[in-house]
Design a protein around this ligand. Sequence first.
Ligand code: KE4
Length: 429
Amino acid sequence: MQNLQRSQAVFDAAQALIPGGVNSPVRAYRAVGGVPPHIASADGARVTDLDGNEYIDMVLAYGPMILGHCHPEVRGALQDAIDHGTAFGAPTEGELDLARRITERVRGCEVVRLVNSGTEATMSALRLARAATGRERFIKFAGCYHGHGDSFLVQAGSGALTLGTPDSPGVPQCLASLTSVAPYNDLEETRRLFEERGSEIAAVFVEPVAGNMGCIPPQPGFLEGLRELCDTYGALLIFDEVMTGFRVARGGYLDLTDVPADLVTLGKVIGGGLPIGAYGGRADLMQEVAPAGPVYQAGTLSGNPVAVAAGVSTLDILDRPGTYEHLEGVGARLQAGLERALHDAGLQGTVQRQGSMLCLYLAEGPVTNLEAVHASDHERWTRFFQTMLARGVLLPPSPYEAWFLSTAHDADCVEEIIAAAGEALKASR
Ligand code: KE4
């Protein structure tokens, strides 16, 4: 077991000043127990905590650090941006540079607005969808997480699941009642919701790969069916690619499917580790956003020049030959190794993956929805997590989170993870 004395001391002191001692609930380790290692520094695929313990990092800030930590060229871009000023409240050329990169990569994203988080992106996309259709209801899927905007905190995924509060207090019932929920991958239930209230439905929000209840790819025909229902009933199809964007492919999941989305939300990778989000899509819709149109949305630090510089640098580096082949290679290698480790440990489990995001479930596969994740062996998963931590592999502290790999994770690093998993699975029995 690591020495976590300094992390413990800071965590204890923070309890009095910060809710739960953290600025985002999942970081508090409520689902797995113990003291969350407080990170002091990071480099490449590894992080070091306040007590000097080093870990291979599979959290990567929940997705943004796709190039690993402290990438020298991203650091250089950040330093150069900082040297010219950090915020102006005025337009900059960098915002155009990032908008060009996003719109040329993401199919159907003709116009894009930068904001400061994925939550802002999805909140704004929902407001736009409601304005554009004149309807108020929307559909989401149980276990999907679209940020902490009031309308989305209904059967939400990610950290809301670790606290057992997928429906948060404080969300007005009059608002939550406008959110309809179906099981992920359940086209028949979604069809029923449309048959019941199709004329009221402004949009369907979907994570094209559900990354907030582990890693659940869409079943064949699911996204196609959503597109058909939206077209039949005049609703918008919104892909929440805050996590999958630029991670699962150069243009996000929209590169991997023929299904077009009317709007797409983005975040994480496009900020290179700094606060950012974006929403975009059809020009006829996006030109309704203020000041081009009447749909109001604003932000003091939207398009921040430092975050934009990190994002532009990250997307340019991701564009180099072989990058996504590397991410696919280490992802496939890790998946195969974890599957072997499960077999060798004589444990029932499944590993699901999309590119460089993946998840190991202690449940019989395929895991296609939230109920199946609930039914997995959380007790054993927690023992597995603690042993991985002790072996120097930092997993997201919840069976409802996806694991991430970066370009800094090489074959040797993956072999270390696999070896640790082999021991941790056997020790969990
Ligand atoms: P943020 O507001 O946290 O930047 O983005 C919200 C969001 C929106 N859409 C999707 C698909 C997302 O995955 C997220 C945020 N993801 C979680 C990780 N599962 C953030 C981690 C956290 O809450 O600390």
